[in-house]
Design a protein around this ligand. Sequence first.
Ligand code: URA
Ligand code: ZN
Length: 381
Amino acid sequence: MPPPIVDVHTHMYPQEYIDLLTSRTTLPLIRTFPSSPLPRLILLESELPLLAAATANPHHTPLPGRPLSPHFTSLPAKLAFMARHSITTSLLSLANPWLDFLPASTAPSIAHTINTSFSASCAAHPGKLYFLAALPLTAPLPDILTSITHAASLPHCRGVILGTSGLAGGAGLDDPAILPVFQALAAAGLIAFLHPHYGLPDSVFGPRAAAGEYGHVMPLALGFPVETTVAVTRMFMAGVFDAVPGLRVLLAHGGARRRFWRDGWRVVGGMMAFWWRGGGEGEGRLGRCCGGRFTWMLWFDGSTAVKAAVDLVGADRIMFGTDHPFFPPVGEGADTDGVWESVAGNVRGVKEAFGETEEGEEGARAVMGGNAIKVFRLVGE
Ligand code: URA
Ligand code: ZN
């Protein structure tokens, strides 16, 4: 039997969450435009100028956000994606911005609904699916602790997914008031998956980015990793890991900034997202031009991100993740039912990082699944 492949970074929006976003008029929201067959999922502040333009003129191109394909919402699509890439087990999580935008009054009940929905999906596919719960971080502390108790009681829950905002919509993860949350997670054996959403202020990226000319490249390839790096550095500086020695944190995107320094792939992912943004000949040309420039004009030192990460923290600390359904195949004739280069590139990165020695293959097996099975206590049922 081939060794197990576990995807620890794979998102879904359950139907209840989609309904919520469809009913909203402020971010995050879902909008339908006459020029797009799929509704658009609009998450980022940086998409607001395009949203305003497309609201004034529904035929405006490019449209804001990204197409809300079934890959974001459908369990059969998730399972087909897993089968296509030989992924044996997935640890599902709600995608950003989770429940960060909800008022304190509704956040706890919506967290309960969402986590129950994930739990039911996992129960229908035992041993194949597990999940990370969403927390109602805008609610009072007792409600958050109740939500953690609920999550811990769900048999397929193995942790929580956390943004960087902390309590009360912005106090951060170095806020002493959030320590009881970390203590409760540690006591329940739930791992915190720290994931970015807010990026950097748009002003950093300049007016052309604000006008939508660079698609998602700046906020995703640059903003996301820096955001995660700042958040975890603040946690270190505040002594969170000393105060809660049982806390276990998984950092998204290969440890964020650390990975970006050495990783062409993540930048390529951003370029692809840019290309895929809308359709229209101009965009294809721009996408090809960016992609081409990337390979013609830059050189890297041969160490892939995976290798750099292994050198930094060791093979037993790195886990495979796809970030599905973000970074789908792009360009003309893109087949979202086929192999996703964003995944295949990561798999190649792991193989190249470890080489073909026996020890190397053992390391690759650990990264592709063995580490996750141990750390998240995943067992086939
Ligand atoms: N990956 C995510 O998880 N979220 C985004 O918004 C973009 C990429
Ligand atoms: Zn993600």
